[in-house]
Design a protein. Structure first.
Length: 214
């Protein structure tokens, strides 16, 4: 008689031991697969993080442009700047989510001061700093004193709002300077009075800032 055999899983009759050997992975094969998956994950994850960061920055820039357009409409109606960013809601900006940067982990709920109002006037929060209310900007002559502020040192190119959340991790209401030119290096988004948005390196001292970047 030949050796005993049986049908396994509908396959032609083979020895039971051979069927088991062909139907599973060895320990070494399993470890190799796990290692490959780990390498692929290590390659894909940084790409995913960069894509998410880029998407957040793009959204933030679009929101700042909407704020800039709303501020220009406000200035046309009242012949002066709004006293704060949230003044634009709801008449000029019906959607309050525009004031919250997607990279802001606190979602605009920061301890407020004149520079960053947080939830002081708008319960849903504000992520962006308002440059005309920043004492250093007034000391440097970028804007005049409130409530009228003047025309701005560089007219339509004068910074009017700023997003720090593409590099900053927290907000300290006692630090009015907001670490511009100090601390970690990164990118800030700056909204100009004319509605344009530019990227500025945080390591550039505020005293050396100019719209042309020179």
């Amino acid at each position: 008689m030949g050796r005993a055999s049986r049908r396994v899983g509908g396959l032609p009759p083979v020895a039971a031991g051979e069927a088991r050997a062909k139907g599973g992975f060895t320990l070494i094969e399993t470890l190799v697969v796990i290692a490959i998956i780990g390498v692929l994950a290590g390659m894909v994850f940084p790409v995913f993080v960069r894509a998410k960061t880029t998407a957040h920055m793009t959204t933030c820039m679009n929101q700042l442009r909407q704020i800039g357009l709303a501020m220009m409409m406000y200035r046309e109606d009242y012949h002066e700047l709004a006293p704060r960013l949230s003044t634009l809601h709801p008449d000029y900006l019906p959607d309050a989510r525009v004031f919250v940067c997607p990279s802001d982990k606190a979602e605009g709920k920061h301890s407020p001061n004149d520079y960053l109002e947080g939830p002081r006037y708008l319960g849903s929060g504000v992520s962006y700093t308002y440059i005309p209310n920043w004492k250093y900007a007034r000391q440097l002559g970028w804007w005049g004193d409130p409530p009228h502020y003047g025309q701005g040192k560089w007219l339509d190119s004068t910074p009017i709002a700023m997003c720090h959340w593409h590099w900053a991790q927290r907000w300290d209401a006692t630090m009015d300077l907001a670490a511009w030119g100090e601390g970690p290096h990164g990118i800030m988004l700056v909204l100009a009075a004319g509605g344009s948005v530019s990227k500025v390196r945080t390591e550039v001292p505020v005293t050396e800032y100019s719209p042309s970047g020179e």
